[in-house]
Design a protein. Structure first.
Length: 118
Protein backbone atom coordinates (compact mmCIF):
# COMPACT_ATOMS: atom_id res chain seq x y z
CA UNK A 1 0.00 0.00 0.00
CA UNK A 2 1.40 3.42 -0.88
CA UNK A 3 1.05 6.69 1.00
CA UNK A 4 -1.90 7.92 -1.06
CA UNK A 5 -3.92 4.72 -0.59
CA UNK A 6 -3.10 4.59 3.09
CA UNK A 7 -4.20 8.21 3.48
CA UNK A 8 -7.52 7.49 1.72
CA UNK A 9 -8.16 4.48 3.95
CA UNK A 10 -7.23 6.47 7.02
CA UNK A 11 -9.64 9.27 6.12
CA UNK A 12 -12.40 6.79 5.40
CA UNK A 13 -12.02 5.05 8.76
CA UNK A 14 -11.71 8.37 10.57
CA UNK A 15 -14.85 9.68 8.86
CA UNK A 16 -16.81 6.52 9.68
CA UNK A 17 -15.76 6.72 13.33
CA UNK A 18 -16.66 10.40 13.45
CA UNK A 19 -20.14 9.65 12.08
CA UNK A 20 -20.58 6.79 14.55
CA UNK A 21 -19.74 8.96 17.55
CA UNK A 22 -21.99 11.77 16.30
CA UNK A 23 -24.87 9.36 15.77
CA UNK A 24 -24.66 7.62 19.17
CA UNK A 25 -23.18 10.40 21.28
CA UNK A 26 -21.70 7.84 23.71
CA UNK A 27 -19.69 10.34 25.77
CA UNK A 28 -22.74 12.57 26.34
CA UNK A 29 -20.83 15.75 26.89
CA UNK A 30 -22.55 18.33 29.00
CA UNK A 31 -20.50 21.48 28.91
CA UNK A 32 -16.96 20.20 29.27
CA UNK A 33 -17.86 17.08 31.20
CA UNK A 34 -18.44 13.66 29.75
CA UNK A 35 -20.67 10.95 31.16
CA UNK A 36 -17.70 9.11 32.68
CA UNK A 37 -18.06 9.96 36.36
CA UNK A 38 -18.51 13.56 35.28
CA UNK A 39 -14.78 13.80 34.68
CA UNK A 40 -13.77 17.08 33.09
CA UNK A 41 -12.95 16.54 29.44
CA UNK A 42 -12.30 19.41 27.12
CA UNK A 43 -14.05 19.91 23.81
CA UNK A 44 -14.73 16.25 23.24
CA UNK A 45 -11.16 15.22 24.00
CA UNK A 46 -10.22 12.60 26.60
CA UNK A 47 -6.72 13.80 27.36
CA UNK A 48 -4.69 16.87 27.96
CA UNK A 49 -2.69 17.18 24.79
CA UNK A 50 -0.69 19.75 22.84
CA UNK A 51 -2.98 19.23 19.84
CA UNK A 52 -6.04 20.41 21.73
CA UNK A 53 -7.20 23.89 20.78
CA UNK A 54 -10.14 25.97 21.99
CA UNK A 55 -11.99 24.62 18.96
CA UNK A 56 -11.16 21.01 19.82
CA UNK A 57 -8.67 18.55 18.39
CA UNK A 58 -6.45 20.05 15.69
CA UNK A 59 -5.16 16.75 14.27
CA UNK A 60 -6.84 13.67 12.88
CA UNK A 61 -5.70 10.98 15.29
CA UNK A 62 -7.45 7.72 14.45
CA UNK A 63 -6.45 6.10 17.74
CA UNK A 64 -8.16 8.85 19.71
CA UNK A 65 -11.12 8.97 17.33
CA UNK A 66 -11.87 5.28 17.79
CA UNK A 67 -11.24 5.19 21.55
CA UNK A 68 -14.04 4.63 24.00
CA UNK A 69 -13.42 3.96 27.69
CA UNK A 70 -14.36 0.50 28.95
CA UNK A 71 -15.94 1.92 32.07
CA UNK A 72 -18.86 3.11 29.98
CA UNK A 73 -19.52 0.01 27.92
CA UNK A 74 -22.69 -0.73 29.87
CA UNK A 75 -24.09 2.71 29.01
CA UNK A 76 -24.01 2.39 25.23
CA UNK A 77 -25.77 0.20 22.69
CA UNK A 78 -24.35 -3.02 21.31
CA UNK A 79 -24.79 -1.51 17.86
CA UNK A 80 -22.31 1.23 18.72
CA UNK A 81 -19.79 -1.12 20.32
CA UNK A 82 -19.97 -3.66 17.50
CA UNK A 83 -19.46 -1.03 14.83
CA UNK A 84 -16.59 0.54 16.78
CA UNK A 85 -15.00 -2.87 17.19
CA UNK A 86 -15.31 -3.52 13.44
CA UNK A 87 -13.71 -0.18 12.59
CA UNK A 88 -10.81 -0.82 14.97
CA UNK A 89 -10.36 -4.32 13.57
CA UNK A 90 -10.29 -2.95 10.06
CA UNK A 91 -7.76 -0.29 10.99
CA UNK A 92 -5.52 -2.71 12.88
CA UNK A 93 -5.45 -5.06 9.90
CA UNK A 94 -4.00 -2.23 7.85
CA UNK A 95 -1.62 -1.04 10.56
CA UNK A 96 -1.62 -1.47 14.33
CA UNK A 97 0.31 1.79 14.56
CA UNK A 98 -2.70 3.73 13.32
CA UNK A 99 -4.62 2.66 16.40
CA UNK A 100 -1.89 2.28 18.99
CA UNK A 101 -0.58 5.83 18.93
CA UNK A 102 -2.69 8.42 20.69
CA UNK A 103 -2.13 12.17 20.67
CA UNK A 104 -0.49 11.92 17.26
CA UNK A 105 -0.92 13.68 13.93
CA UNK A 106 -2.29 11.81 10.94
CA UNK A 107 0.89 12.54 8.96
CA UNK A 108 3.07 10.97 11.65
CA UNK A 109 0.87 7.88 11.81
CA UNK A 110 0.93 7.41 8.05
CA UNK A 111 4.71 7.65 7.76
CA UNK A 112 5.25 5.51 10.83
CA UNK A 113 2.86 2.87 9.46
CA UNK A 114 4.58 2.82 6.08
CA UNK A 115 8.01 2.52 7.65
CA UNK A 116 6.88 -0.67 9.39
CA UNK A 117 4.84 -2.09 6.53
CA UNK A 118 7.68 -1.87 3.98
S1 LIG B 1 -14.23 7.98 26.01
FE1 LIG B 1 -14.89 7.94 28.15
S2 LIG B 1 -13.50 9.34 29.25
FE2 LIG B 1 -13.34 9.77 27.03
S3 LIG B 1 -14.78 11.43 26.67
FE3 LIG B 1 -15.85 9.51 26.23
S4 LIG B 1 -16.88 8.94 28.14
FE4 LIG B 1 -15.33 10.50 28.63
S1 LIG C 1 -4.86 14.07 19.41
FE1 LIG C 1 -6.22 12.95 20.77
S2 LIG C 1 -5.67 13.63 22.84
FE2 LIG C 1 -4.84 15.13 21.38
S3 LIG C 1 -6.37 16.72 21.17
FE3 LIG C 1 -6.74 15.22 19.55
S4 LIG C 1 -8.26 13.80 20.43
FE4 LIG C 1 -7.33 14.94 22.12
Amino acid sequence: MNLKKLSIEYDRLYGEADKLFKKHNPCQFKGNKCVYKGAPRTNGCCGSCRHLTPKGCSVKCLGCKTFFCEGNYCKVSNGFLNRLHDLREEASQISTVMLGCYQSKKEFLLYYSLSILF
